[in-house]
Design a binder for this molecule. Structure first.
Ligand code: CP
Ligand code: NVA
Length: 304
């Protein structure tokens, strides 16, 4: 059985295959060409954390593909009352054709895949956010026509987005430079993955990382589940706000990506956000197309 659990599940060819299909599905959607690849299929969407984009893009995407989405909040599921994920996996596999899960612990997603018998898609964990990074790569490729050789710069927390961007960017041949505070580096597994790439660099100095970047990416300083650390983090991330001074060091026409929700005045200024709003909201739209591509390919058993 094949799944999308982390970006490390994919190789370059598979990422490009997803992006090509995503471009095609976007075209078909814009031109009202039917693409009902999930006709008669039911997809469960388990949420243990809040969501706007992931929930709505999966629900509408499944509908557009002719399938049935089931929104399953952990507040209502027995999993929220302690039913083991191993049992949930074996039960849901008998009703559904595919599962997307948003949760805290990456192991929960892995266990769902291990004990179930249907494809599992990671809709965000503390460790990774592969669906978002596929949409980001799609958006970057739409703008530049290529990915290979472009410089991606990530500034901020070494969180799920940083982890997945590093892997995704390096796999497709981008140069990836990351600036985080020393105490907020990306996951050790990801740093270990990246160390073999001459195209990867980490620094605690945003000005160094952003130099000549084609794409500048940031994310919240306090991810879901870190609400209590908010104040400490605000102090730790001083100097990491993506503002005009930093942007002046990137390439003149550099694009900006933000997975959203964005906290203006923290990881990004209002001005930089609004100057790049078109790119950022295209990125949000591309969640829909990229995820539809992932679901179609997983249902065919063709990838990951
Ligand atoms: N970017 C993203 O995953 O947004 P949501 O949390 O709204 O789903
Ligand atoms: N890093 C953020 C991403 C939100 C889409 C979080 O995990 O909350």
């Amino acid at each position: 059985m094949k799944h999308l659990l982390t970006m490390q599940d994919l190789n370059k060819e598979e990422i490009l295959q997803i992006l090509d299909l995503a471009d095609q599905l976007k075209y078909e959607r814009k031109h009202q060409i039917p693409h009902r690849h999930l006709e008669g299929k039911s997809v469960g969407l388990i949420f243990q954390k809040s969501s706007t984009r992931t929930r709505v893009s999966f629900e509408t995407g499944i509908y557009q593909l002719g399938g049935q989405p089931l929104f399953l909040s952990s507040r209502d599921l027995q999993i929220g009352r302690g039913e083991p994920v191993q049992d949930t996996a074996r039960v849901l596999s008998r009703y559904l054709d595919m599962i997307m899960i948003r949760t805290f612990d990456q192991k929960e997603v892995e266990d769902l895949a291990k004990y179930g018998s249907i494809p599992v898609i990671n809709g965000l964990t503390d460790y990774s956010h592969p669906c978002q990074v596929l949409a980001d790569l799609m958006t970057i490729r739409e703008r530049y026509g290529i990915l290979e050789g472009l410089k991606m710069c990530y500034i901020g927390d070494g969180d799920n987005m940083a982890n997945s961007l590093i892997v995704g960017g390096l796999l497709v041949g981008m140069q990836v430079s990351v600036a985080t505070p020393v105490d907020y580096k990306p996951d050790a597994k990801v740093m270990d993955f990246a160390k073999d790439y001459a195209t990867f660099s980490w620094t605690s100095e945003p000005k160094e990382a952003i130099k000549d970047a084609d794409v500048v990416i940031t994310d919240t300083w306090a991810s879901m589940g870190m609400e209590e650390e908010k104040e400490i983090r605000q102090k730790a991330f001083q100097g990491y706000t993506v503002d005009d001074d930093l942007m002046a060091l990137a390439k003149p026409q550099a694009m900006v990506q933000h997975c959203l929700p964005a906290y203006r005045g923290q990881e990004i200024t209002e001005k930089v956000f609004e100057d790049h709003a078109d790119e950022i909201f295209e990125e949000a739209e591309n969640r829909l197309h990229a995820q539809k591509a992932v679901m179609v390919l997983l249902m065919k058993g063709e990838k990951a």
